[in-house]
Structure formats: C-alpha cells, structure tokens
Design a protein around this ligand. Structure first.
Ligand code: AMP
Ligand code: ZN
Length: 665
C-alpha cells in the first residue's frame, strides 16, 4: 500500500468512527485504538506534507489562533422566526397561509427549537468549507476553525447530495457536558457558567480553537439552503442530509394536519426535560418547498415557519430567609433561601437575588410567597411576589449594612450594582478565596493542593495569605486531617514547581480586581515586570492599549496598599516569577510592529504555531483571513487556491517561509 493510500484509509476509518460515536451515539472503537490511528495519521501527514488536507480528522484538535473573526455577508439572509404562544396563535397562522396558498391541505414538519447559537455551514463538492455565525442576519463572523473541532459536524460527506449548498443548525452544549464543564470550573475555583446557550455561543468566539476542541459542543441541523430543486419537501431534504452524515435529530416529525402539530407540541411540552439538551419550544414549517417559496418572507421572518414557545415553568414557594454571600473580591450577593420546591425536574432551595436594587424593585421580603421561574439560566430566578399572601406583620427588607462574615461596614461605589466588603485582609471568605484563586489551574496551577485544603490550612492557622504557602513544611502538613506523608510531599512539590509559572499567570494569580487572564497577559507584555507595573501612574496605565480607567484605578489601589507590597516582596524572595523571563525576551523585537500577517499552507522549518508565535514575538499581528488590512501572507506548500486568488486581487505581498525568517533575523 502506498503512503497516500494508507493516509486515505486512516482518514476514512477515523471519519467513520467519529460519525458512529458523535452522530449515531454508537461506539465502534476504543479511545486507545482511536488515538493510535490518529497518531499514525498525524505522523504520516507530517512526513508527507504534500498530502495535507484541511478536512483531515487530524485538523479537529484545533490549535489555530484567531484574533479577529472576519465579517462575512450571508449569501442567503438568516431570518428570525415569528413566535406564537397559544394554540389560537397557531390556528391564526394556519388560516393566513392557507389563504395565500389557496388550499387547506397542507403538511408541516415539526421540529424542536434547539437552544444554542445558530450557524451557517457551507459545503462545496461534498467538503466542509466554512462556518459563519448568524450575526445580525445579514452578516456574521467566520468561525470555521472553531467549528471544525465539533466532531459531529462532517468534514467530508458520504453519498449523494446536492453539490454546493449551505446548511443551518444550532450549536449547543448538551446538559451533561455542560454540567461536567461546570464541575471542573468549580474544582478550579472558577465561577460556574450560567447557562448552556451562552456558553455555546461564547465558545464559538474563543481565540484558541484547541480550547473549543475541549468543549463537548454538538451541532443539530435544521435547514438545507440551496437553489437546486432536488427535493420536494423540507422533511425529505433533512432526511437526506442525515444520510450523508449530518446530525438531524430523530425528533423531527411530519404532521399531516394542524391537529398532529398540536400532538407534537403537547408531547414535547410534557417531555422536554427528558431531552439531553435544552429546548424552549417547537418550530413548525410548511413542508412543501414550493409552498415555502410562494409564502416567502416578511421583513424579518419566513411566512412558512413559526415558533411555538413553551411557557417557562413557574412555581410559588415561601422565601424563608435572605442571606448574604461574600465572594473572593468582597462582592456581596444576596441569596433567597426557599422552602424546597420541585421545578423543571429539580428541587430548588435557593435563588440568587442579584443585588439591592433588584430586591427593592420587586419589593421582596422574608416570609413572602414568591414566584420562582426556570428560564435559560441554571440558577432559578425570583420573578415576583404574591402580594395576596403577604403576612400582615411583613416588614420591608433592609439590605445588609455590614459584612455577614466580618461585620465591616459595606461600601457601594457609584455606578456599581453590588455592595462590597472592603476588609480585604481580615474577611475570611476573601482571604480564603484569594488563596484559592491563586492556586487555581489558570493561575499558579499548583498540583496537590485543592480548594478544600486551603480552607483547612487557613483554619489550622498555617497560612494567612498566598505568600505563606511558600513557607509551608512537610512536617506541618502531615498531621492534618486526611493528609499523609505522600500527599504532603506532593503538595510541597507542587508549590515549589509553581515558582516556574511565567509572570503573566502570576500577575493573574495575584487577584487584582478587574485583572483577568487576558488583561494580565497584556500588562505583562507591556510592563515586563511587577516593579514597572506597580510604579506606573494612572496616565501611564491608561495609555496601554485596551486598559481603561476602571482597570487602571484598580491597579493603583492595589499598589498603594502596603500589605500588598509586602506580599509581593515576599513572593519575590521565594523566587516566584515577577518579571518576564529573559528567554522569552531574547526573541522579542519590534521588527514587525504594525504589520498584519496571514499564515497559509504547510511549513518545513517551523510549525504553524511556531511561525505565528514568531510573528507575535516580533510585534506583528496574526489574522486568520485575508483582508485589505493584511500586509503579508506567509505561504507554505499547498496554500489554498481561494486564498491565493484573494491575495492577488487585493495585491498583497506573498512571502515564503525563508523570506519570513530573513525578515526577523
Ligand atoms: P429567534 O432567535 O427567536 O428569532 O428564533 C430564530 C432562531 O431559532 C434561529 O436563528 C435558530 O438559531 C433557532 N432555531 C432553533 N431550532 C430551530 C429549528 N428547528 N428551525 C429553525 N430555527 C431554529
Ligand atoms: Zn467581610
């Protein structure tokens, strides 16, 4: 067998296993065997770059970085849907369309309304070429590299279909995958994501496609868009889409009359909580494609389709007590402690009350009977009070004036919805929370130490702040509950190892308010050391790209606190990285300042990622697609013909890998 044949064989096998697992939900190979085959394919592709294929299963692991998603005008507008909320609404709709078509004999396709982010996928000659978000319906963002990582989306179609078409669907996060992601986040002391829909649509705009690949996203298809008249009905086009590899849910149903539509609606209104993903309604579409064409569109939605929205489930229960939670940054969140009640398949005991304004606006009081609703959010909401049941001795809620943990008077700055406890260094949940944040995965990533152990160490009086971690000794830890020699050693090893964590992560770990991961990266790159950052004045700070007043002020507040400066000096003395390392500075220049690069094809002297890093290290910018703003295209082997054509029309300089290396050396 030739190398090319072997590559083809592996690709076909891997595609089939992917399809079996992610579309049919049927495992046909062990993870281990799958990995072995994938590794073999990766190796063959690396050694034989002439067989590179953007649609190879190896391209699903991600790794491309997109800084700016290109705006693309939709070939066919992506409309909204008109909504209906009752059977009467649906009957009215039926009457309207019967009149236009001039017939009472219409068929409908009933589908669930999947709750995620809509996406438009383009296929040419049976190959996936591009994915664009809905955006405003006229134009959206190109997110091809991110979408390619979703395993249930076929990159190559099998069998007979239309040659060139678009297909639309919804990118969703199934509930179990969402729950797993949140468990991991909580274990890492990160805030839980609020709901699957926002998390799914946020995932599409992540810059690093390798991060997207890690998320258990799925894509459910609901509309084939083409000018070819191969199919007579919508249902038929979906069934054929399923045959060539798309995940078209089995729940779609053909209804011969509006009564059968009602049956579908009733069935799923009762059963929707058994589904593996969220749905907020049903979409009903006229089945005959010719009828669809006759009906056409209003200015915002097709006349041939309508959404039916399920009522959000609501229950009433008694609010026993309002308590207050203190977060790591001192932010106070009021919590409603409820008489436990069943709602949408779960028992609800608590609901967030957001902030003082919300309580005042709804006039929520203890001992009130309140209405609780489960909308898109995972945490249920209180949407109002049943005033008819308010007890006679009821008194308006007086919002907490002091911290429930340390009794310090709370503050609220103008323009901020939340109250804060300002006692940073004396308030227990803030102290513990800061240390927990410090050790978390995206910060110092300390292995062998978890959030609960931090709590324990604090209670035992062994640590007061994150610098104290570096003074811990094995002998102090062994006697603690659930600790043994081995685990104690691992913990100390983990702490020791964190001294190698690069400055940008250390800066994030410090827990300066409003300095998240991305801001920390920017600041580290600009200021290069903690000393430069801590001595910078307000004007210097806001002069940095994307650093605004709020962040600048927070850094000034942090640096003007003596306690913080002592902590930093101690971290320094332990050898924690408080400046950008020499190694990473060596290769950094401003040679490519202000220049925008697009990288395309296969390279020999460095990997794509190395090439991109080299561009950024030398002050240049990497963009994922060619536009007027592009200065250079670094072209390797097999640069895509469409990119080449575009580069030529825009007269953008195309340079080779060697030209690039000469440029920076
Ligand atoms: P709306 O955002 O309320 O205007 O509803 C329109 C959106 O519903 C579309 O953009 C799709 O993203 C989404 N949707 C979910 N399921 C379906 C479906 N089965 N058919 C059509 N649209 C759907
Ligand atoms: Zn406090």
């Amino acid at each position: 067998m030739s190398v090319q044949e072997r590559i083809e064989l592996l690709r076909n096998e891997l595609n089939q296993h992917n399809y079996n697992y992610y579309v049919l939900d049927d495992t046909t190979i062990s993870d281990f065997e799958f990995d072995i085959k994938l590794k073999e394919l990766e190796k063959l592709e690396q050694e034989n770059p002439e067989y590179f294929d953007a649609n190879s299963p190896t391209q699903r692991v991600g790794g491309t970085i997109t800084k700016n998603f290109e705006t693309i005008v939709h070939k066919n507008r992506m409309y909204s849907l008109d909504n209906s909320y009752s059977k009467e609404d649906l009957l009215d709709w039926e009457k309207r369309i019967q009149k236009i078509i001039g017939s009472t004999d219409l068929e409908y396709t009933c589908e669930l309304k999947y709750d995620g982010a809509s996406i438009n996928l383009t296929y040419e000659n049976g190959r996936f070429v591009k994915a664009v978000t809905r955006g405003d319906g006229f134009q959206g963002d190109e997110v091809t590299n991110n979408v390619k990582t979703i395993r249930s989306i076929p990159l190559l179609l099998k069998g007979d279909f239309i040659t060139d078409f678009e297909i639309r669907g919804e990118i969703i996060l199934p509930l179990d995958g969402f729950a797993k992601m949140n468990q991991e986040r909580l274990a890492n002391n990160e805030e839980a994501y609020r709901n699957p829909r926002n998390t799914a649509s946020g995932s599409l705009k992540l810059q690093d496609s390798a991060e997207v690949a890690k998320r258990p996203l799925d894509c459910l298809l609901y509309q084939v868009v083409t000018s070819e008249r191969k199919y007579k009905t919508h249902f038929e086009s979906l069934e054929n889409a399923r045959k060539v590899g798309f995940k078209v849910p089995e729940t779609i149903t053909l209804a011969k009359s509006i009564d059968e539509v009602f049956e579908f609606v009733n069935y799923w209104d009762a059963k929707r909580h058994d589904l593996p993903y969220e749905t907020d309604g049903v979409v009903i579409k006229v089945n005959n494609l010719q009828h669809q064409e006759e009906l056409g569109y209003t200015s915002k939605a097709p006349r041939w389709a309508i959404a039916y929205k399920f009522k959000a489930e609501q229950v009433s229960t008694i609010l026993n007590e309002i308590t207050y939670q203190v977060g790591r940054t001192g932010a106070i969140t009021p919590v409603a402690n409820l008489e436990p009640v069943q709602l949408a398949g779960t028992t609800v005991k608590r609901a967030s009350l957001h902030n003082a304004d919300q309580i005042e606006k709804l006039d929520i009081r203890e001992n009130d009977t309140v209405f609780v609703e489960k909308g898109g959010e995972i945490i249920p909401k209180i949407i109002g009070v049943d005033f008819t049941k308010r007890p006679e001795d009821s008194k308006p809620t007086i919002y907490a004036t002091n911290c429930p943990e340390c009794n310090t008077e709370l503050v609220r700055t103008a323009g901020d919805a939340k109250h804060y406890c300002p006692n940073q260094f004396g308030c227990a949940p803030q102290i513990t929370g800061r240390i927990q944040h410090f050790i978390s995965r995206k910060a110092m990533d300390i292995e062998g130490l978890g959030g609960e152990t931090v709590d324990l160490l604090r209670k035992e009086g062994l640590i007061e702040n994150y610098a104290d971690l570096y003074d811990l000794k094995v002998e102090q830890i062994i006697p603690l509950e659930r600790m043994a020699e081995k685990s104690a050693q691992n913990m100390i090893k983990g702490i020791e190892k964190s001294k190698e964590i690069p400055f940008e992560k250390v800066l994030f770990a410090l827990g300066i308010r409003f300095v998240g991961e991305t801001v920390a990266k920017k600041l580290a790159k600009h200021f290069k050391s903690i000393d430069n950052l801590m001595t910078a004045d307000f004007e210097t700070l806001i002069a940095v790209d994307e650093i605004g007043d709020r962040i600048a002020q927070s850094i000034i507040d942090f640096s003007s606190d003596l306690g913080n400066m002592q902590l930093i000096n101690r971290l320094k003395s332990f050898g924690v990285q408080l400046e950008v390392s020499q190694e990473s500075l060596v290769n950094q220049t401003d040679k490519l300042q202000g220049q925008v690069f697009v990288v395309s094809g296969v390279f020999h002297q460095m990997s794509r990622n190395e090439l991109k890093k080299a561009i950024e290290d030398n002050g240049g910018k990497v963009s994922s697609s060619i536009s007027k703003k592009t200065n250079f295209i670094v072209a390797g082997d097999n640069m895509g013909p469409s990119k080449l054509a575009k580069a030529e029309t825009l007269s953008i300089a195309i340079i080779s890998e060697q030209d690039f290396i000469d440029k920076i050396s």
